[in-house]
Design a protein. Structure first.
Length: 131
């Protein structure tokens, strides 16, 4: 099931969390996105609810070639780096999501920056679609 939201692209998969997380990491690295951090949201939120927290991770990945191009065009774009991808456990699988960088840049008047953002978003969507 694909669902598009204005700020992100997400996809639900009927796969186990651990297997999908491993494949996501591998595909990100294969596509040139170095993983700089992984936040275990479920662990951080432990104790905030009486309910058991489903597994949920945020992976910060950066394709340094694209990041370099974007920073040359607009140094302040560093506020959007690295690209975050999320994976969270559902009752019958997982949901994987990535930010839509074109949406996040809003009405920027810089067509070069928008092109870079579109390329990054497309690559991250391809990773999700091929899990």
């Amino acid at each position: 099931m694909n669902r598009n939201m204005s700020y992100c692209y997400r996809r639900q998969l009927k796969q186990p969390f651990a297997e999908t997380l491993l494949r996501l990491r591998e595909k990100m690295v294969y596509e040139g996105f170095n993983i700089h951090y992984e936040i275990d949201v479920s662990n951080i939120m432990r104790g905030k609810s009486v309910e058991k927290q489903a597994q949920h991770r945020i992976i910060g990945g950066c394709n340094t070639d694209y990041a370099y191009q974007a920073l040359l065009v607009e140094p302040s774009v560093g506020t959007l780096l690295p690209c975050n991808t999320t994976i969270r456990e559902l009752e019958d699988g997982v949901e994987v999501a990535v930010a839509d960088l074109v949406f996040m840049l809003g009405d920027t008047p810089n067509p070069t920056l928008l092109k870079i953002a579109r390329n990054i978003t497309d690559r991250l969507r391809d990773i999700i679609d091929n899990l």
